[in-house]
Design a protein around this ligand. Structure first.
Ligand code: GLU
Length: 253
């Protein structure tokens, strides 16, 4: 199976912006094992800005563009250093790809990206993709990594997109506010009503929320790719997801 896994800042870092060692170690071990079992894995990883906040000891996620971009420059380095170290323990080779929305809308650049991605998979490497935050401004950015995950899943012609986050899946209401909220296991159509219930931003250090996840799932559904939203606190669940067991919310036709 060719699977694109997107992991959010809320999974990779603590609220301080420092690395969540337990989560990232477990994630790298499970992804290495999936590759050993013959699956092709592409990782879309957030966390550059969040980790930059931790590394630079900033008090909160910056709002102004130069500080955000500076934090991303520091954090992306730390992020790839950490992935390289952890995947090397299991003898896997990582490759960094940084993209902007403009790259994806530019036919030649998109084609180059796709060619490189497919060649990396043929070579057995593990592509790790993020937005190129140090040069991306609002005008040219993809904007959030859920959408980037969907674009990558389409470009990779993946079988599955998995969005790992800090919530178990899609709920009938916001479970942080409504105790009666129920987890929705299967969604076969993303209607405007469903999009309207999705609410706003998720965590303080990341960018996405349920709305960006639903629109990512919609993009994938249109391309015939299923999407799973699951909690990133236990990356071992990826084994069940790959085996088609019910975890979190699956969007499929
Ligand atoms: N590219 C951003 C980062 O690495 C994250 C974007 C997102 O959370 O969706 O910090």
């Amino acid at each position: 199976m060719r699977v694109v896994i997107k992991v959010g800042t809320s999974t990779l870092t603590h609220k301080t912006g420092n690395l969540n060692i337990r989560h990232i170690e477990s994630l790298c071990r499970v992804l290495s094992d999936l590759k050993n079992a013959g699956h092709e894995v592409v990782l879309v990883s957030s966390g550059a800005i969040g980790m930059g906040v931790g590394k630079l000891s900033l008090k909160e996620r910056p709002q102004d563009m130069p500080t955000k971009q500076a934090a991303a420059a520091v954090g992306q380095c730390e992020l790839m250093y950490t992935y390289d170290k952890l995947f090397a323990e299991y003898n896997h080779t990582v490759a960094q790809i940084l993209l902007t929305g403009e790259d994806m809308n530019h036919a030649d650049r998109y084609e180059n990206f796709r060619n490189t991605l497919h060649r990396l998979l043929e070579l057995g490497a593990l592509p790790i993709i993020n937005e190129n935050d140090t040069v991306s401004t609002a005008e040219i950015a993809v904007g959030d990594n859920d959408t980037l995950g969907a674009i990558v899943a389409k470009g990779a012609e993946a079988d599955l997109l998995v969005l790992l986050t800090d919530i178990d899946g899609l709920y009938t209401a916001d479970p942080r506010k409504d105790p009666d909220a129920k987890l929705v296991s299967v969604v076969s159509e993303i209607t405007p009503e469903l999009l309207a219930t999705a609410g706003g931003k998720g965590s303080a250090l990341g960018t996405g929320g349920m709305a960006t996840k639903l629109s990512a799932a919609k993009l994938c559904l249109e391309a015939g790719i299923s999407t799973v939203i699951a909690n990133g606190d236990d990356p071992e669940k990826l084994y069940d997801i790959i085996e088609g067991k019910s975890v979190g919310t699956i969007f499929k036709k």
